[in-house]
Design a protein around this ligand. Structure first.
Ligand code: MG
Length: 469
């Protein structure tokens, strides 16, 4: 009898252990999917959930309502190339040689450089963990003769453009001098890439967002049974602007509003695909933009809302962006956080979630955002460094931001950009003055001294990477 009882107990214990362990084993074997959706030149004030009065973004608003909205989310640079390099590597562009310079701020097609092979991208780190990886959209981390294409930097597949849409060789007709609203598409035929091959040399710019979205949806559906990383880097609302027929002429904000509404619908389609495929409980989606609005483009550019200046500038409007995190069941819904966070943190966060080893042989500038996303973590990030090209212009610590130099937004060929040195530095309290209007350096000499110490320490330790372009 005793033997029998013991036998049953052993069997029960075995069954319990086996069946209790089974779901854990499956969970451990299936780290979360990660989707990063990046808009291009979308400003802090361009979404409904960030206060735009007339641009309608119901899908992003819903994403924020179901997830977490950051009020103080930054990118690591105020123009495309360095910002993207930082997001994918978790490192300040000055360290990777991807910062550019005052004269040469982003990669152009004739450049030979690109994201260095020794850098580790999120895609490489996750691919090593068995993830399927895709880049859909704009790359802008390689010149034409460089080998730094997405497929050489950890992505299994790539569908999209090599650079910004205004940098495309424009077929036979010369580009107009200015980026007018709704330009003739004949000026802007685009070269669309599929992996390392030219797929089309005259892709229709009106259909780009729709085609990107179809590609992203197909990638998710094709990889729903294994972990995947999708880096979905939209071309718009970078100028020249094009919307598809379905969206054109609909927004009170004009073509810019139409284009943002189409991006919003694209986000909605990605989230809907995750719902349909029952992947929401195991997928982190993060939405942001690569830099602030291109204000000199006037109605074709976006809005930084209450923030000062835009793209190309180290004023808040150049580098503070919408940041929305979504993971139903894991991230508490409807939370607005004022914690300081940065696009480089997506590197550490993604690796941590994937169970990938975080590199220890290099300086990383990102932090793992999990304590903020999944709990009430605070104060993870001490300071924020604002570089313009390879020069440090400003530093934020707590609510205070100190400017060593300032410059207006990215003027392209239309306005001369005038740099100003500040000795003594300017100081703004971003909590009471997010628009950086009232210099309070004289009232807070101790804060200036404290941030100057942070600058000195940063600059003493900094090893700048070899310039890549
Ligand atoms: Mg951009």
């Amino acid at each position: 009898m005793k033997m029998r009882t013991a036998g049953v107990l052993v069997l029960k214990t075995f069954l319990l252990v086996t069946f209790a362990a089974a779901p854990l084993t499956v969970a451990a074997a299936r780290p979360p999917n990660i989707v990063i959706i990046l808009a291009d030149d979308l400003g802090y004030g361009d979404l409904g959930c960030y206060g735009h009065p007339t641009i309608r973004t119901p899908n992003l608003d819903r994403m924020a309502g179901e997830g977490m909205r950051f009020t103080d989310f930054y990118v690591a640079a105020c123009v495309c190339t360095p910002s993207r390099a930082a997001l994918l590597t978790g490192r300040l562009p000055i360290r990777t040689g991807m910062a550019g310079s005052e004269q040469h701020r982003v990669i152009y097609s004739k450049d030979t450089g690109g994201l260095p092979a020794e850098e580790i991208t999120i895609a490489q780190a996750l691919k090593a963990q068995g993830y399927a990886t895709a880049c859909v959209g704009k790359w802008h981390l390689a010149g034409e003769t460089s080998d730094a294409w997405p497929t050489r930097r950890g992505f299994d597949q790539w569908f999209g453009l090599r650079w910004s849409n205004d940098m495309e060789p424009a077929g036979k007709i010369q580009k107009p001098g200015s980026m007018s609203l709704d330009p003739d598409p004949a000026w802007w035929s685009l070269t669309l890439m599929r992996n390392e091959k030219v797929l089309e040399t005259n892709a229709n710019p009106h259909t780009l967002t729709r085609r990107y979205t179809d590609e992203a949806v197909q990638f998710i559906q094709a990889n729903k049974r294994k972990p995947f990383f999708l880096y979905f880097a939209h071309t718009y609302p970078h100028v020249p602007l094009f919307a598809s027929e379905k969206f054109k002429g609909k927004s009170p904000r004009g073509l810019f509003g139409d284009v943002v509404a189409e991006l919003d619908a694209s986000v909605g389609q990605v989230l809907e695909t995750l719902r349909k495929e029952k992947l929401t409980e195991n997928t982190l989606v993060f939405f942001t933009s690569d830099n602030g609005p291109w204000l000199v483009k006037e109605l074709a550019g976006g809005s930084a809302g209450p923030l000062r200046e835009g793209k190309g500038s180290t004023w808040e409007g150049g580098m503070r962006e919408p940041g929305i995190a979504w993971w139903p069941g894991k991230i508490k819904p409807g939370v607005t956080t004022h914690e300081l966070a940065c696009s480089m943190d997506l590197f550490n966060t993604s690796l941590q979630l994937a169970g990938a080893p975080v590199p220890t042989d290099r300086v990383l500038d990102g932090v793992d955002l999990s304590p903020i996303l999944f709990g009430d973590g605070k104060g993870l990030r001490d300071a924020m460094f604002y570089y313009r090209g390879d020069e440090l212009f400003a530093v934020r610590k707590g609510n205070f931001k100190m400017h060593l130099q300032t410059a207006p937004g990215y003027a392209g060929n239309r306005v001369q950009e005038k740099l100003e040195q500040h000795e003594p530095p300017l100081l703004f309290n971003l909590a009471s003055d997010p628009g950086e209007k009232f210099d309070v350096a004289k009232e807070h000499p101790e804060v200036v001294a404290d941030i100057q110490k942070v600058v000195a320490e940063h600059q003493t330790k900094l090893v700048a990477g070899k310039a890549q372009y």
